[in-house]
Write a protein that binds this ligand. Structure first.
Ligand code: SAH
Length: 239
């Protein structure tokens, strides 16, 4: 069996640290899917016909930056503070058999000329190879009998309260002006909301939650530096 990517996703996340651990958690996290030259643009245009009628799409992709680490049958989900182990099939860990990712992404717009698809709420690294796109169908994909959510029920998504330093607030316009080739521009309001939502998800490794320390994540064309103190965060600078 050989699988070929249909395209590559350009996203606002040049590095793994700070990427939300699930799709939809940071709605302003954008990704642009551009298609592979293995087929002429007209073929991809045809493949998208009708997709504009849907708000969300399932996207399957390869966790290409996890391949080198291999996978294990037991993983430590960050949501459990890195203390407890779960079977890989009870988790969304990138380190899984076949390294296949599955994200439910919001379709912001479709460009039939280029062609490309702009998504929101991505949890994908920049450059991720995409395998397939399918429309989200609420009637079928949200079963009424889904009543158990296993260990997740007892492991709520961490949330930090976020403050901005005066310096970081001043740096928002400069950060917003640093456009990244191939990515749509972010205005100042969007940069502010995106940074705030990512930091509020407390991206630290599970076992370091609760402590105090300074962290940095790379986003679009700038670095976000922030201080974590238990469940409070201060955004220090956008450099
Ligand atoms: N919604 C997907 C992904 C969940 S894991 C699923 O359920 O399959 C999300 C994490 O995967 C992110 O926080 C990021 O750290 C990691 N990730 C995203 N893209 C990746 C890639 N191309 N290679 C390796 N890891 C990646």
């Amino acid at each position: 069996m050989e699988i070929e990517a249909v395209g590559t996703m350009r996203t606002c996340f040049p590095e793994k640290f700070g990427i939300p651990r699930q799709s939809g958690l940071a709605p302003l996290a954008r990704g642009v899917l551009r298609f592979s030259p293995s087929n002429p643009p007209a073929v991809w245009r045809d493949a998208m016909r009708g997709l504009e009628g849907f708000t969300h799409a399932w996207t399957t992709f390869v966790f290409h930056q996890a391949l080198q680490d291999g996978w294990k049958s037991l993983v430590r989900p960050p949501r459990l503070g890195g203390k407890e182990k779960m079977g890989v099939w009870a988790t969304r860990s990138p380190h899984r058999p076949n390294f296949l990712g599955l994200s439910l992404l919001e379709i912001e717009s479709i460009d039939f000329d280029e062609p490309s698809i702009l998504f929101r709420g991505v949890d994908l690294l920049d450059g991720t190879p995409v395998l397939d796109i399918r429309p989200y169908h609420p009637d079928h994909d949200l079963p009424k009998s889904a009543s158990r959510d296993g260990w997740i029920a007892h492991a709520p998504q961490p949330r930090a309260l976020v403050d901005w330093s005066p310096q970081a607030l001043e740096e928002i316009p400069t950060a917003a002006a640093r456009t990244v080739p191939g990515m749509p521009a972010y205005d100042t309001h969007e940069v502010r909301a995106l940074v705030e939502s990512l930091v509020s998800l407390d991206p630290r490794p599970g076992h370091l939650r609760g402590g105090t320390g300074d962290w940095a994540m790379r986003l679009l064309g700038f670095d976000v530096k922030f201080r974590m103190d238990s469940d409070r965060a201060t955004i220090l600078s956008l450099e």
